[in-house]
Design a protein around this ligand. Structure first.
Ligand code: UDP
Ligand code: MG
Length: 311
């Protein structure tokens, strides 16, 4: 029987220092894995020597394929490009910095053989992370799991092993704006998670800033829930009801005790509060509208400048 194949998708943005190490580590730690491996490196518009490193690696190893983007399109775009070209019976997605422990592939494959379709990984410690970042991440998962029917697991990484069937399903989702943590959950199938302790990057530095992450999580919420839209309606309804009650109250009061001019501060506060709530609601609606706007443009997620993938 022919050996089954594994595609390893690796988005790489300014990873010149890590890639050679990465390939060696993955090979060394998966010697017993009965799968033929192919690496797919996606150079996401790196400004350092990443592409040259990938090219020289691909001359050394015949199982290294690469795609190089015309500029930086972001990790989600790189993942999509990788999923589109990967031909393996099984597909995994790994970071280039060895923060996704390669030896776990063995356990993940064992789980696949048990019958799971997606084997994800979950970090159980965030101890090397700045406090504010973990607090923020925890809050994000709490909110999204409350308001969206698509469950997202706290600490879940993009590092996962999946069957061809799952990859094909994910590729059928046509949306341009891809929040893959949500997409992989949305498609369903039998999912299990393996847990591991956080590992530091081997070299280089993270390309995420706090604001980048904040933006990314708002994206996640907007893409997988319409609860914020209902929130606007809800706030509107409540303040309307309050205003009806208050007008009744003041009419009665005036009829009974006559009018005394008072409560100027209350008036200002109410104006400010309602004005603020209106702007907030408009902002929320605007967020969704901008998603629709971007989605209708149907722009491609990335442009490939060069690759070594035979069509
Ligand atoms: N990455 C990418 N495009 C980007 C940013 C990051 O392809 O615009 C890749 C990066 O090379 C790495 C992975 O995505 O392989 C995760 O990035 P990073 O290690 O910076 O994120 P962290 O592990 O801190 O979440
Ligand atoms: Mg990393």
């Amino acid at each position: 029987m022919e050996k089954q194949t594994l595609s390893i998708i690796v988005p790489a943005y300014n990873e010149e220092e890590t890639l050679a190490l990465f390939v060696d580590e993955v090979n060394a730690q998966t010697l017993d894995l009965p799968l033929d491996k192919t690496f797919y490196f996606i150079n996401d518009g790196s400004s350092d020597q990443t592409l040259d490193v990938i090219k020289s690696l691909s001359k050394k190893h015949s199982n290294i394929k690469y795609i190089s983007f015309s500029r930086n399109f972001g990790k989600e775009a790189a993942l999509l490009a990788g999923l589109r070209v990967a031909t393996g019976d099984y597909v995994t997605v790994m970071d280039a910095d060895l923060q996704d422990p390669p030896h776990m592939l063995n356990e993940m494959y064992a789980k696949i053989l048990e019958g799971y379709d997606i084997v994800g990984t979950r970090r159980i410690s965030r101890k090397d992370e700045p406090f504010i970042r973990s607090l923020f991440a925890k809050t994000f998962y709490k909110i999204i799991n409350k308001i969206s029917s698509t469950q997202m697991v706290d600490g879940a990484r993009d590092y996962r092993l999946m069957t061809r069937q799952v990859v094909d399903s994910v590729l059928e989702l046509p949306e341009h704006n891809r929040f893959s943590k949500g997409l992989f959950s949305w498609v369903g199938y039998d999912v299990t998670y393996l847990e591991y302790k956080n590992v530091e990057r081997v070299a280089g530095k993270t390309s995420w800033s706090f604001w980048g992450l904040l933006h990314y999580s708002i994206d996640g919420i907007i893409n997988f829930s319409d609860a914020p839209l209902s929130l606007a309606t809800f706030i509107g309804l409540i303040s309307f009801l309050i205003s009806v009650l208050m007008s009744l109250f003041y009419t009665l009061k005036t009829l009974l005790w006559g009018e005394v001019v008072q409560g100027f501060p209350t008036l200002i506060i109410l104006i400010l509060m309602l004005g603020g709530l209106q702007l907030l609601s408009l902002g929320i609606i605007g967020k969704y509208l901008s998603k629709v706007f971007l989605e209708t443009k149907q722009r491609p997620n990335y442009f490939i400048k060069e690759d070594n993938i035979e069509k």
